[in-house]
Every structure is written in C-alpha cells, then in structure tokens.
Ligand binder design. Structure first.
Ligand SMILES: NC(=O)c1ccc[n+]([C@@H]2O[C@H](COP(=O)([O-])OP(=O)(O)OC[C@H]3O[C@@H](n4cnc5c(N)ncnc54)[C@H](OP(=O)(O)O)[C@@H]3O)[C@@H](O)[C@H]2O)c1
Length: 422
C-alpha cells in the first residue's frame, strides 16, 4: 500500500488525498484488529518457542510489548511504559503517516534507498555481517547500489554465493565478495580477518548486523552460549581484528571510518539477574531463557559500540562507532518462534501494517553508514534514522568498560585453549 501511494506521488493531488485516507483507514482497522488479537493472546494462548518454557516467556513478552506499541500508535502516543521502562513507540505504522520524520528529515517509513539517495559511495569498502538474509542483505544491496564494494561474510559459502548471485541479478555492476565466516567460532573469525586484512587494502565501514534470536540453549564450538557468542562476542572479536585496518584506511584516505552495531529495542528488557559479565550465568543451561539471552546480547551490542567510541575518541582515531534499533521487521530472525494454538500467517498479516518492510528496516543502518550528517557522531544509539536514548543500563559507561574487559579476558582464555592455539 505504501509503495503504491509513493509511486502515485505524481498523480493528481485529489486522488492522492483519497489514497492517503484509504491507506490510513485500512491500517487503522488492521492495527485495531491486531490489538484485539494480542489482548486475546495474552490471556488465552500459551505461546512457546522451540526452546520450550523459556521461549514462551520470550514470545509473551514480545507480543505484550507489540500490543502496547500498537495501542500507543493508534492514539498517537510516542512513548509507553513497559516493565518499568519508557519505550519509544514510533512513529510506526499508521502514525508514521501523520508524524513522518524526525529531526534528521527521515523517519520510520524511510527506506534504505531514500536515506542514501544521491550519496556516492564509490571507492568505499564495507563488511556487512549477516548479509545473506533480511536487513543485512538489503543493507548490502543498497551500499553496493551506491557504489561501495561490499564483503559478504557467510557461515555457509554456498548460501553466500547464492546471495551474491541474486544481488547481481538486480545490479550487475555491484562489487560484491563472499568470504566464509561463522561468527560463533573464534577460529573462523580469526581466519576471516587474517584473509580479509591480507587481501584488502582498505576498510571504511564495518556493519555488525548478523544475529540469532531466542534459539534453544546451545553452546558454541568454543563453549559459549550461542546468542552471546554470535551476537556479541563474535562481533567484538571481529571488530578488534579489523580495527587497525579501519584506522589506517581513515588516516590514509582522510575519510571517516564507521562501525555500526545492529542492536534492538529488546535491550531494554535485559534483567540484571541475567548478568552480562558472568559466564556461569550466561552458560547456565537450566536458568537459560531464550529471549532473556537475546536481550542481554543486544544490550552488549550497544555497550560495545559506546565503549569503542570512547576508546577511539581517546586515541584520536578518525573512526566512529554507533548502534541502532532497526524496527520490527518480519525476517528469518523469528525462526524459533512457534505460536502454539494460533495461526502465525494470520498474525503476520495483522502485523503487516504496523511493522516495517525490509527496505525500511535497513534504513537506519544505511543512514549511519553513509550519510554525511553523521560525520563525527559517535557513541550514539539510533532508531528510525534519528538519535534516540537507549535504556539507562545501555548508557552506563562503567558497565560498558566491564563488558569490554570481560570480553577481552574471555577471548584470551578461549584463545589459550588447545583447540584454538594456532
Ligand atoms: N527483524 C527484526 O524485527 C529485528 C528487530 C530488532 C533487531 N534486529 C536485529 O537485526 C539484525 C539482523 O536481523 P534480521 O532480522 O535481518 O534476521 P535474519 O534475516 O535472520 O538475518 C540474520 C543474519 O545473520 C546471519 N547469522 C546468524 N548466525 C550467524 C553466524 N553464526 N555466523 C554468521 N552469520 C550468522 C544469518 O546467516 P544465515 O543466512 O546463514 O542464517 C543471516 O544472514 C540482528 O542483529 C537482529 O538482532 C532485528
């Protein structure tokens, strides 16, 4: 619907108003239905993910929050209180038609192409993790469309090559390279970085986007809970191994380097009981709650970007580090959600008008990666292409420093394990 209204933007103004009203009313009806269904779900349906009991906590919490956001959007509220936290609700869904953009000039309905319109990224090299699907794939597509050379690391080389093929079909001029990397494995990340650093003279942009959500309890090859290992520790190591390349590129070219961590508003649900710096708690199979572990890893993404920004500023490096919430987007990230007793396709249809499309979901990342207005902006958190305050824990510099030291120690210990000694 949205694409239709936009593509009709040159049509007669009267018809545009009619289309706009139809669009808003349609979205209103769908969003109201969604709120009713969510209210019903909270009471009657036992949600669960493949991870069992823990997963039900995840889906319940997520939907409860979405229900609140829908309701808030319907009445035009821009923040709601959830679990004692203030949550920025938008502008999303129908409300984005009335409150279209923030101070950046962009908003929740902006797409990745729109926020990078007329930006020339020729000559820049970017790494986008998790570019084989969802938000990451769209980010890679748009960066390549603007002329950047994009490296697509993939844990499955064949899947990576398929992604490259499909992106090339649309844009045969795209400069894309696929390399193997599993973010849950220290050895794999180390050999990726070694190979990248030796074969590429430049790195301007690093987008730490890959992620998994609320999977059943599992330890990585290195013995770390899988979401913590993939979403946080893997990206922490990757960034450290590529930092010199980013800094020297920025120094030699005079072009600011940019590091972007794709986090989530889910970071707000992090509870202190699921400690971010205690391996006994992180790796506890009985106390494990899939969604809690996801929230912990997403908080770690913000703390990592903030501490990195501080360190880089202290060094005087011409490299920035920021983090973001992309919005709520239907992608493969929800693969572990299994709503028992409720048809997911119906829920998905109801959700459509209030969630973002994938091009909208990739907009904040592309904005942070390429937009000239972001020059010199570092250590900030963004949502809907505008700066937005994260939770108080995410702003805790002391916690960020502790997480940094803990991650370094953990990696050093793991590196000294016989399996990882090279
Ligand atoms: N979608 C949302 O509503 C939403 C909301 C807030 C935040 N986010 C964040 O947005 C980011 C992108 O998510 P998405 O929604 O686009 O999900 P997605 O479609 O599932 O994409 C996730 C990507 O991460 C990759 N990945 C997962 N584990 C990996 C590993 N061990 N090594 C290397 N790559 C790995 C996947 O690769 P494969 O193709 O091999 O699986 C895929 O390319 C995530 O960080 C997520 O937390 C998403």
């Amino acid at each position: 619907m949205q694409a239709r209204v936009q593509s009709d933007s040159k049509c007669n103004p009267g018809l545009r108003v009619v289309l706009w009203v139809v669009e808003a009313r349609w979205k209103g009806i769908m969003a109201s239905s969604a709120v009713v269904v969510f209210s019903y779900c909270f009471r009657e349906v036992n949600f669960s993910a493949d991870s069992g009991q823990e997963g039900s906590h995840m889906a319940f919490g997520q939907l409860e929050m979405i229900g609140g956001v829908c309701g808030a959007n319907l009445v035009g509220m821009t923040t709601i209180k959830y679990d004692g936290h203030s949550i920025d609700t938008g502008p999303m869904g129908i409300w984005s038609w009335f409150l279209r953009s923030g101070s950046s000039g962009f908003g929740s309905s902006s797409t990745a192409e729109q926020v990078t319109d007329v930006i020339d990224a020729t000559g820049l090299t970017a790494i986008v993790t998790g570019a084989t699907s969802g938000i990451g794939k769209e980010t890679a597509r748009v960066l390549a469309l603007r002329g950047a050379k994009v490296i697509i690391p993939s844990r499955d080389l064949e899947n990576g090559l398929k992604t490259k093929e499909s992106l090339l079909l649309e844009n045969p001029k795209a400069k894309l390279d696929v390399m193997e990397m599993d973010l849950s494995s220290i050895n794999s990340i180390t050999s990726f970085a070694r190979s990248f650093n030796s074969s590429n003279p430049r790195l301007n942009i690093l987008i730490n986007n890959a992620g998994i959500m609320a999977c059943p309890f599992q330890l990585s090859l290195d013995g770390i809970e899988l979401q913590y290992a993939t979403n946080h520790l893997g990206h922490f190591l990757l960034t450290n191994l590529l930092l010199d390349k980013l800094k020297t590129t920025a120094k030699e070219t005079g072009i600011e380097g940019r590091i972007i961590n794709v986090s989530s508003s889910a970071h707000r649900r992090y509870s202190k009981n699921s400690s971010i710096n205690d391996l006994k708690i992180i790796n506890h199979p009985i106390k494990y709650k899939g969604y809690d572990a996801y929230c912990r890893s997403k908080l770690a993404n913000i703390l990592h970007a903030n501490e990195l920004a501080r360190v880089l500023q202290e060094e005087g490096a011409n490299v920035t580090a920021n983090s973001l919430h992309p919005g709520l987007i239907p992608t493969n990230i929800s693969r572990y959600i299994n709503l028992k007793g409720f048809p997911f396709p119906v829920l998905k249809t109801l959700l459509k008008p209030i969630v973002k499309s994938i091009p909208q979901g990739a907009s904040t990342t592309c904005y942070l990666a390429l937009h000239p207005d972001l020059k010199g902006v570092t250590g900030k958190y963004f949502a809907n292409c505008n700066e937005s305050p994260p939770s108080s824990q995410a702003q805790d510099m002391d916690l960020g420093k502790k997480l940094w030291d803990f991650s370094l120690d953990l990696l050093n210990n793991l590196n000294n394990k016989p399996n990882n000694k090279k």
